[in-house]
Write a protein that binds this ligand. Structure first.
Ligand code: UT7
Length: 331
């Protein structure tokens, strides 16, 4: 048993103002609104525009608002766990940049890359520091400027992704609420289906890699789709069985927003009613590490204290998993 329960005491999202609609994409690549809506459920996505603006700047907006909302002073934060695949720079890490930009003078931080599963990995990591009693206030952020690694001439990826950020504050509690359990998985053999070739130690950026467009995301959608449905539905089932939960005991399922059809298929395999599944992919597309906290932020007012909520994600790596949370506030 942990010394303390790690409880979410606030959640906040932030998305940029600029909207990229399906109609806009029709002007850019050989696609159409009908195809995008029916194949993915996406209607529009947000893009971060502005010289020098990066992933950390979206996180500054989300975390800054989160601190205000939870009446937390900046020097109370101990740790920032920052999930992203689009760090501001290869080094240093974006977590420390965020701490500096926001003035979190007593915090340290680190980045965590688990692609679209980043937030569920990060909230599991952050919760451990609270449960052991080591820290009292931990920020977990998911923020991605996907537009920085997307090829807007590749119709198979540019229609899917968007930019955004979301964050939660974790604090200790003696009550039986908060982080309950997690099952996290990985299968590195999936790396052939979703990747970005250049800029790492294997293939450093050169004129040739730039000319070949190897600084952009590549996805073989079909195998990822199949693995995502199978991975998320089986891990949620395993988590529910392990915690003796039936569908009636679970108030909300918060899935990663990669494709509306994937979400519906996962709910279908679990026989879980769509009324209890959060879906906002039509507005934001796939914001990678930000999808789950963006959903939590939008649904926050509907959550009640004691609600069992399951987060689930699947992403590049492959990485996937599910987290069980007992919501700590709201009536
Ligand atoms: O979040 C991280 C994990 N990622 C995911 O979970 C994403 C998983 N994959 C998917 O969501 C889907 O596979 C996609 C949305 C990426 C693609 O949908 P799909 O139903 O699997 O389509 P497809 O790639 O099998 O392509 C079907 C057809 C092809 O044409 P043909 O060969 O049948 O003539 C494509 O060329 O649709 C074509 N196509 C498009 N047509 C119009 C592919 N992209 C587009 C497009 N507009 N944007």
């Amino acid at each position: 048993m942990p010394n303390f329960n790690a409880v979410i005491t606030g959640v906040q999202g932030w998305v940029p103002n600029h909207i990229l609609s399906n109609k806009d994409l029709e002007q850019m690549v050989d696609t159409n609104d009908e195809w995008i809506r029916t194949r993915t459920g996406i209607e529009e996505r947000r893009l971060l525009k502005g010289e020098g603006l990066a992933t950390s700047d979206m996180a500054v907006e989300a975390v800054g608002r989160l601190l205000e909302k939870t009446n937390t002073t900046k020097n109370e934060i101990d740790l920032v766990v920052f999930a992203t695949v689009t760090p501001d720079m290869r080094m240093p890490d974006t977590a420390n940049t965020l701490c500096d930009k926001l003035g979190l003078d007593n915090a340290f931080g680190f980045d965590l890359n688990a692609a679209c599963s980043g937030f569920i990995y990060a909230i599991t990591v952050g919760s451990q520091f609270i449960q052991t009693g080591m820290y009292k206030k931990v920020i977990v952020v998911g923020s991605d400027k996907m537009s920085s690694i997307i090829n807007y001439e590749d119709r198979s990826t540019c229609i899917i992704f968007g930019d955004g950020a979301g964050a939660v504050l974790l604090e200790p509690s003696q009550e039986d609420v908060g982080f309950q359990d997690a099952i996290l998985k990985g299968d590195g053999s999936g790396r052939e289906f979703l990747y970005l070739t250049a800029g790492g130690s294997k293939t450093p950026t050169t004129r040739e890699t730039l000319e070949a467009g190897q600084h952009f995301v590549v996805q073989d959608g079909r195998p990822v789709y199949k693995s995502a449905v199978k991975g998320m539905s089986s891990v949620v089932k395993e988590l529910m069985e392990r915690n003796n939960l039936t569908n009636d005991d679970v108030s909300w399922l918060i899935p990663h927003q990669a494709n509306k059809r994937i979400i519906t298929a996962v709910a279908g395999k679990l026989d879980f009613p769509m009324e209890k599944v959060t879906v906002n992919i039509h507005k934001y597309g796939n914001t990678t590490a930000a999808t789950i906290p963006l959903c939590m932020w939008e649904w926050e007012n509907r959550f009640k204290k004691g609600d069992n909520i399951i987060l689930t994600a699947f992403g590049g790596g492959f990485t996937w998993g599910a987290v069980l949370i007992k919501w700590a506030y709201g009536t």
